[in-house]
Design a protein around this ligand. Structure first.
Ligand code: ARG
Length: 573
């Protein structure tokens, strides 16, 4: 990795200037503006500031001791004291050649793997999975793929909402109003109907509310009838979730629902009380955070005045179970932004409860999906959009796109391609925006052939594959190809390929797969420029070989990048 080689030399030079400097902080990153160079470091300024040195003076002292002439044409001090590196084409070519020989694709697997639990998707029993759950599902899945690719031990856990007060109401509804036929036809819709009906009744009718409370108590005490109903609701819901996961190609290592932790809740609360971490407040039990400024006014309730437990209690028991079972270095929770306070409280309780725990806890949150009117994304009749319907529509619309582009293919094949394209388009559209901003859902945008879309990237990949078919190029023979970077489009492509690993690292550090989307889009665009300006198959042997190898590497990086996003590229479209 070229940037690592530069980084090593730079660290050595820094140590020569300041013997005890923590050279770990010295990093080489892509230069934001290629006008000034290919790589850049801003770390020297940070170091200089810490030591109260003049940053430009420090940079020039480091520069005097820095020898990177085997890879760089020039290194220049710029601005307040950063260094810009311009690399030699030969150095870029050497990196490309080593990747061809079977090295990794411009990224490095970590030598210090972490054990990382990812809690994502986590839909609720008896409720349709909605578009909010799709963001958690896709983001979590992509982060899992990314972390695994970089060499970490990833444990994914689907924390299904299969416990809680809603089951009191659901059981009342089930006993009074269940329509078996409707349940067979669409179980989740029927359960949703029951829930809404009883929920409304509870608002106005005290007797119904009391009934729901009693059914809940019976369920919690293990009443056989209520347990059986509850189990059936879980099984029916899980079947629906599984159908969606199958379509999305998402798998979990574990699916441990909230109910699993039920037996631990009392003990969890007792412990927190005994340790003086939780205390009574207006009949309920809560943890106060006097020492955490942001949470001063926001105690976390862990037991209600009627003795019932809540979401936080379950999450505390879950946290303890995960720490004991998997001994993770990190736990990552992927949910929407409205749960920020909940996770701040949860993390703050853990720090009091297990101050020795070294685990790093991260809440990776995301914004909402909006309709084109800028309001929360709903159907025309104002209902929540169901995930299954959304995926159906994506496939249908993709079929129209594929038919327009390749009318000559037989319908069965176009259908198959459309299935992949439709799902990929939804995934990509969801991963592309900065996760913390709300985004507007638009079919036209996500299925556009020439924007930053899955469709565009999939076609770019398929086009590369078709070059190989057309030219009957033997990919194996390219392993030892000599890369020649002469035309500006070749140089730009080669330099961009090298940055793949840096982008993967940045996406990992910030839990932001959108960095990968943007990188791949740039790659496909740069490749399009190269392909237009640099004939591949019609060139003389040496050039043809070098350019074919550039096509091969571009295809491999595209494929790897798409796979991290959970998108499987097609060989032919
Ligand atoms: N079931 C919750 C919901 O639909 C998400 C659970 C997230 N994970 C957790 N450990 N709290 O909002």
């Amino acid at each position: 990795m070229l940037h690592l080689k530069l980084e090593d030399r730079l660290r050595a030079a820094v140590s020569e200037v300041i013997a005890d400097a923590n050279s770990e902080v010295v990093q080489v990153r892509p230069c934001p503006d290629p006008k000034f160079g290919d790589y850049q470091t801003t770390s020297l300024m940070t170091l200089a500031k810490q030591r109260k040195m003049n940053p430009r003076q420090f940079a020039s002292e480091v520069l005097q001791r820095l020898d990177v002439s085997e890879w760089c044409e020039s290194v220049e001090i710029a601005g307040a004291g950063f260094l810009n590196f311009r690399v030699k084409n030969a150095a870029v070519a050497a990196e490309l050649e080593s990747a061809l020989k079977g090295g990794t694709l411009f990224f490095q697997r970590t030598t210090t793997p972490r054990t990382i639990v990812i809690d994502f998707s986590s839909p609720n029993v008896a409720k349709p999975m909605h578009v909010g759950h799709i963001r958690s599902t896709l983001l979590g899945d992509s982060l899992g793929r990314l972390l695994r690719l970089l060499g970490h031990r990833v444990i994914t856990d689907n924390h299904i909402g299969d416990w809680g007060t809603q089951f009191g109401m659901l059981i009342v509804g089930w006993k009074r109003d269940l329509d078996r036929k409707a349940l067979e036809a669409d179980p989740v819709a029927e359960m949703d109907r029951l829930y809404k009906k009883i929920y409304a009744a509870c608002e106005t009718d005290l007797a119904v509310r009391e009934q729901a409370r009693q059914e809940l108590v019976k369920l919690q005490r293990g009443d056989e009838t209520n347990r059986a109903i509850w189990r059936e609701m879980i099984a029916l819901s899980q079947a629906q979730f599984d159908a969606i996961y199958r379509r999305l190609g998402v798998k979990f290592d574990h699916t441990i629902g909230e109910s699993f932790y039920n037996p631990q809740l009392q003990a969890t609360v007792d412990q927190l009380r005994a340790r003086g971490i939780a205390r009574e407040s207006e009949g309920a039990l809560a943890v106060f955070f006097e020492h955490v400024p942001a949470l001063k006014e926001q105690p976390a309730l862990i037991q209600k005045s009627d003795g019932g437990f809540n979401y936080t209690t379950t999450d505390l028991a879950t946290l303890e179970y995960r720490l004991a079972t998997w001994k993770p270095d990190d736990i990552v929770y992927v949910t929407d932004g409205r749960q920020q306070l909940h996770f701040q409280q949860l993390f703050a309780v853990l720090r009091q409860w297990h101050p020795e725990a070294k685990v790093n806890l991260a809440h990776v949150w995301f914004g909402s999906i909006l309709g084109e009117d800028g309001k929360p994304f709903k159907t025309r009749t104002g209902e929540n959009v169901k995930l299954a319907d959304l995926l159906d529509e994506a496939e249908e619309r993709a079929f129209a796109v594929v038919t327009e582009k390749s009318p000559e293919l037989p319908e069965a094949q176009r259908r198959e391609i459309a299935r992949a394209v439709g799902i990929s388009a939804v995934k990509y559209a969801d991963l592309l925006p900065n996760r913390q901003s709300d985004y507007v859902f638009s079919w036209e945008k996500m299925l556009a052939m020439d924007g930053n879309t899955a469709v565009y990237l999939l076609y770019a990949y398929a086009r590369i594959r078709s070059i190989f078919r057309k030219g009957s190029i033997d990919e194996n023979s390219l392993r030892t190809a000599a890369i020649r970077l002469e035309a500006s489009h070749e140089i730009a492509l080669g330099k961009h390929l090298l940055k793949f690993g840096l982008v993967l690292e940045a996406a990992k550090d910030d839990y932001r797969p959108n960095f990968i989307c943007n990188y791949l889009y740039d790659l496909a665009s740069i490749f399009a420029g190269f392909f237009e300006n640099c004939p591949v198959l019609k060139s003389e042997a040496k050039v043809r070989e070098s350019r074919s190898a550039l096509c091969l590497l571009t295809g491999s990086v595209l494929k790897q990048g798409l796979e991290v996003l959970g998108i499987k590229p097609l060989e032919q479209m």
